[in-house]
Write a protein that binds this ligand. Structure first.
Ligand SMILES: Nc1ncnc2c1ncn2[C@@H]1O[C@H](COP(=O)(O)OP(=O)(O)O)[C@@H](O)[C@H]1O
Ligand SMILES: [Mg+2]
Length: 266
């Protein structure tokens, strides 16, 4: 585990309990093996391999259109791959019920997609109630616990529109965590946020990583990729071009394509 992990949240709204971000949840490894997918005649994934060990964080970087979002969607089976396999703890999940699988894999998107007519607490309690079959009271208790984890317990009864974008994204993360996922996928979770709101969300993601959550994080935040992730994958044109430790990727890029990308984003 990298040095920067274990620092905990710098966000003073959060209660700071050790491991508060993950509770007693177990985390699992995730593997995508030789994934291929063509969409609308477009070969979007052209044999991608990705692996993240249990409790580790892999970031995926690469230019727009390189297939990063599609890769996450295939790992979560929002798209079925044309070929290849997706495995949790070494066991293929392509035969598993997709709804059940999505309870095991939490996903956070660029746009938070909270229900505007429901309170923050009810947004989070909905999944545990409908999908995990918890009673109304038990689901609300789980939701409140997760709101505490993301530092927003005091805002439980407000509507999402009364929160900043950063706070809404933290609610969306709490909503995913309330399903007690074994691992989490983040697709540009901070890209839609005003710059001053990015830090709080990244701090929460850092806390989750240090708490032992398995995470695959698609991001343009190179500081996060360098300091928080255990490994970095660079994708281009539907392929994994280069992967390795953050030091290797950022300080010792091997391919001209990665060097060019880094020169544009750093
Ligand atoms: N449903 C679709 N039909 C056709 N092409 C698609 C579809 N979804 C994505 N693509 C194409 O796949 C490529 C990769 O998209 P995406 O995974 O969103 O890339 P990224 O997240 O890296 O920006 C793009 O060229 C995009 O236009
Ligand atoms: Mg994308």
């Amino acid at each position: 585990m990298r040095d920067e992990k274990g620092k905990g949240l710098s966000n003073n709204e959060t209660d700071g309990r050790p491991g508060a971000a993950t509770g007693t949840r177990t985390s699992s490894s995730l593997t995508g093996a030789d994934l291929h997918l063509t969409l609308g005649g477009n070969p979007v994934l052209r044999g991608v391999d990705i692996h993240v060990d249990a409790g580790r964080t892999t970031t995926v970087i690469g230019p727009s259109g390189s297939g990063k979002s599609t890769l996450l969607r295939v790992l979560n089976r929002l798209h079925e791959p044309d070929s290849g396999d997706v495995l949790i703890d070494g066991v293929s999940v392509l035969g598993e019920d997709p709804d059940r699988l999505r309870q095991r894999i939490g996903m956070v998107f660029q746009h938070f997609n909270l229900f505007p007519h429901m309170s923050v607490l009810d947004n989070i309690a909905l999944g545990p109630r409908k999908l995990r079959g918890l009673s109304r009271d038990a689901a609300r208790a789980v939701a409140l616990e997760q709101l505490e984890t993301v530092g927003l317990a005091a805002r439980a009864d407000t509507r999402p529109a009364n929160l900043s974008g950063g706070q809404q994204q933290r609610v969306a993360i709490a909503r995913a965590l309330a399903m007690k996922p074994e691992l989490m996928l983040f697709d540009e979770a901070t890209s839609a946020l005003d710059p001053e709101l990015v830090k709080g969300v990244l701090a929460l993601m850092t806390d989750l990583a240090s708490g032992g959550m398995t995470m695959i994080v698609v991001t343009h935040e190179m500081g996060f990729a360098r300091s928080v992730s255990d490994s970095v994958m660079f994708m281009d044109q539907g392929k994994l071009v280069e992967s390795g430790s953050p030091e290797k990727i950022f300080d010792d890029a091997q391919t001209p394509r990665l060097r060019q990308f880094l020169s544009q984003v750093l």
